[in-house]
Design a protein around this ligand. Structure first.
Ligand code: DX5
Ligand code: ZN
Length: 218
C-alpha cells in the first residue's frame, strides 16, 4: 500500500485564522491540507473558492492543497484553482459527463487529478480507464456537504474493492474519520486520510495526526 498521507480538513478550522491554522497543521506533521470547495448547488452549502485558496497558498510556503471540489460543473473551475495554487483537483464522478476529458484538462494545468464518489455511487462506476488516468480515488464516508457527520460504515467495502483493483493508487477516505474509525479504513486499504473535526477539535491535534499516521503505516 502507498505511504500514509494525513490531510486535515480546514473546514473544521477557525476561518478567521485560516493561514495560521494551516501552518499549525503542517508543523504538526500533516502532509497535505484538504480544502473543501462547495458551490451551494452540488451540495447545499457554500464554503470557499479560489481567492481564499490563493491566500493560503501564498501564506503557507510549499503547501500541498488537496482541493475537494463539491461543485456542479467541475470543468468550470480548473483554471481558477490551478492559478490559486491547487495541487490536487478532486472532482465528483456524479458531477461530470466526461471524466476522462476533465482529467486531461486538470493535468494540462499541472495538477493531479482525483475522482470522488459519494456514498450512493458504486466503486464499479469508476472505470479502469478513469482510475488509471487519475492519481487518486476518494471514497466519501459521509454525504458531502458539511463537516462533523457520522462515519457511514457501509462505504468501507468500496475502499477494499478499489484497493484490490488498484494496488498502487492513492485512495482517500473523507468524512467522520478519526481515531475510532481509522482502523477499518486502513484495513480496507485507504492511505490518504482526511479528518476535520477529529483533528481540529482535539486538544492536541499533533498527536491525532501522528496516531492516524501510525495506524495506516502499521
Ligand atoms: C464533507 C467534507 C469533508 C469534511 C470532513 O462534505 O468533504 O472533508 O469536512 O470533516 P469531518 O472529518 O469533520 O467529517
Ligand atoms: Zn472533503
Amino acid at each position: 500500500m502507498p505511504r500514509a498521507i494525513i490531510a486535515p480538513s480546514v473546514l473544521a478550522s477557525d476561518f478567521g485564522q485560516l493561514t495560521a491554522e494551516c501552518k499549525r497543521m503542517i508543523v504538526g506533521g500533516a502532509e497535505w491540507l484538504h480544502m473543501d470547495v462547495m458551490d451551494g448547488h452540488f451540495v447545499p452549502n457554500i464554503t470557499m473558492g479560489a481567492p481564499i485558496l490563493s491566500c493560503v497558498h501564498k501564506g503557507v510556503p510549499g503547501i500541498f492543497m488537496d482541493c475537494h471540489m463539491m461543485v456542479s460543473e467541475p470543468e468550470k473551475w480548473v483554471d481558477d484553482i490551478a492559478d490559486a495554487g491547487g495541487a490536487m483537483y478532486c472532482f465528483h464522478l456524479e458531477a461530470t459527463k466526461d471524466p476522462l476529458a476533465l482529467i486531461d484538462q486538470i493535468h494540462k494545468r499541472g495538477m493531479k487529478a482525483g475522482v470522488a464518489i459519494s456514498p450512493d455511487t458504486l466503486s464499479t462506476e469508476i472505470t479502469d480507464a478513469v482510475a488509471n488516468a487519475a492519481e487518486m480515488l476518494l471514497v466519501m464516508t459521509v454525504y458531502p456537504g458539511r463537516g462533523g457527520q457520522k462515519f457511514i460504515d457501509r462505504c468501507v467495502p468500496k475502499v477494499a474493492e478499489l484497493r484490490a483493483r488498484f494496488p498502487e493508487k492513492d485512495i482517500e477516505v473523507d468524512g467522520g474519520v478519526g481515531p475510532k474509525t481509522i482502523g477499518i479504513c486502513a484495513d480496507a486499504g485507504s492511505n490518504v486520510i482526511v479528518a476535520g473535526t477529529a483533528i481540529f477539535g482535539a486538544e492536541n491535534p499533533e498527536s491525532v495526526i501522528q496516531e492516524l499516521k501510525d495506524v495506516v503505516n502499521t
